[in-house]
Design a protein. Structure first.
Length: 232
């Protein structure tokens, strides 16, 4: 493909992604009350009986609804997004590598969603930690936009980092790294993952760091095993 053809293909893939996010975003805007309740549940688990949001700006309600709509659109259309990304990459792959597209996209969706689910169930503990570390003199009444920003950032980071084993296996398939090299450097990998989990966990609480770091270490060794099987 020429450069112009690549750019045309990129534009087409981007347009499909934009339409998917827009369509599901509109659905998220309509079902906003139900989605807000789901996102509010970890807050209510951490602060039972006192988990209403404090709104101090007339525009906060609109901003919150638009933010939730975009989040819903992005999350529900994530399989389409990942498929379009892989389809854009496909022309540069060899015939042997192309047959892995469907398994890779499927695994990417599963791991991304697993990261989001883990972040969701870890967030109540994160809120409890952040609430208790400030002391008993503080009254807990969160602004919904700030709460949602932290929550969505945590889910996005967990979902994105859970793609780690998929990326590793892809690198093994194209021989950028080998299972032997990964196994030889496992100590450095564990240290790097531990530091990254401490740095990138938005809430900063120990449980969330462990919830992010431990699966990534497991995924690292899982990717080594999968890489060895694929090279046989």
């Amino acid at each position: 493909m020429t450069l112009a053809e690549h750019l045309a293909e990129l534009r087409r893939r981007f347009l499909i992604i934009a339409i998917a996010v827009l369509v599901f975003g509109v659905a998220g805007f309509v079902f906003y009350p139900h989605i807000l309740k789901i996102l509010q549940d970890p807050y209510c688990s951490a602060v039972p009986g006192h988990c209403k949001f404090l709104v101090t700006n007339p525009l906060d309600g609109l901003t919150l609804r638009v933010k939730i709509a975009f989040f819903a659109g992005f999350l529900v259309s994530s399989p389409i997004i990942l498929w379009q990304v892989w389809r854009f990459i496909t022309p540069g792959l060899k015939a042997r590598e192309r047959r892995y597209i469907v398994p890779f996209v499927s695994c990417s969706v599963v791991f991304f969603c697993a990261g989001i689910v883990l972040a969701y169930f870890s967030f109540a503990h994160a809120i409890q930690f952040l609430k208790s570390i400030g002391g008993t003199s503080l009254i807990t009444e969160y602004n919904p936009n700030q709460y949602l920003t932290l929550f969505l950032l945590m889910m996005f980071i967990f979902g994105l980092t859970f793609l780690f084993p998929v990326v590793l296996v892809a690198l093994e398939l194209v021989n950028i790294v080998t299972p032997k090299q990964l196994l030889r450097g496992w100590r450095y990998a564990v240290i790097t993952i531990t530091v990254a989990a401490a740095v990138f966990t938005p809430s900063g609480d120990p449980l969330s760091m462990a919830a992010l770091g431990i699966p990534l270490v497991v995924f690292y060794f899982l990717a080594i095993g999968v890489g060895k099987l694929l090279h046989k």
